[in-house]
Design a protein around this ligand. Structure first.
Ligand code: HPA
Length: 232
């Protein structure tokens, strides 16, 4: 067992899907996996291992934001031998041609977080997706006829910021959308020579203020899960 995960060694698969919401982890286990077993209830951050098309896969809630996300990712990589970490989350669109329900695959993650500057002594690390996982996600999405966009996203430390226009600078430089975890995930995976990828559904738009209803959120979540599970 690690500090925040109550699983025994071997109870977690080499591929782990990472939703922020632990109840999403339970939904995925109950909806998509066979013979799913819950291996973690510490702090309510549920984790399950089961089978998808005969392949072993785990799904672990991580909470919101880089610090919480990295507690789980670090323990999965450092203590449970996880080889592939795939975030499945939501994001807010920052470009006019990105719509609610769209699926984004994050090639790279900009950030306003200082967590990498702490690690790199003030210098800037450029967190990017694992190319093999990224290329496979693109071809699986094409095969499943799931439309997607790929590019740079922003992992922000702030959900309720003081400046409502702050996102526009990132948008001017082509950043597709904002979420709160991927920059940390890609860096930590690189540290442990593991593969990482973030697949995101657009749940709201910073341009229009629109947001998905919970029914629509579930529909786009299903396509994203299908795509992520095929990578296991
Ligand atoms: N900001 C940050 N994270 C998010 C958002 C957002 O607008 N939407 C979904 N995750």
């Amino acid at each position: 067992m690690s500090i925040h995960i109550g699983a025994l060694k071997g109870e977690i698969a080499e591929t782990v899907l990472l939703p922020g919401d632990p109840l999403r982890a339970r939904f995925v286990a109950e909806t998509f996996l066979q013979d799913a077993v819950c291996y973690n209830e510490v702090r309510g951050m549920l984790g399950f291992t089961g089978l998808y098309k005969g392949r072993r896969v785990s799904v672990q809630g991580t909470g919101m934001g880089i610090p919480s996300h990295l507690i789980y990712v670090h323990e999965l990589l450092a203590e449970y031998g996880v080889k592939r970490a795939i975030r499945v989350g939501s994001c807010g669109a920052m470009q006019p041609d990105i719509r609610l329900n769209d699926i984004l695959i994050a090639m790279s993650a900009s950030t306003d977080s200082h967590i990498n500057r702490l690690r790199f002594h003030g210098a800037d690390y450029a967190p990017c997706a694992d190319y093999g996982l990224f290329a496979r996600a693109c071809s699986v999405a094409e095969a499943l006829e799931i439309p997607f966009r790929a590019g740079n996203i922003l992992s922000s430390d702030v959900f309720y910021g003081d400046d409502p226009q702050a996102w526009k600078l990132w948008a001017d430089f082509g950043v597709l959308a904002v979420e709160m975890e991927t920059s940390g995930l890609y860096t930590e995976a690189a540290r442990f020579k593991a593969q990482a990828l973030s697949i995101l559904t657009v749940s709201d738009s910073l341009l229009t203020g629109q947001a998905l209803s919970s029914t629509d959120r579930e529909r786009s979540f299903r396509s994203m899960m299908e795509l992520a599970l095929e990578l296991a």
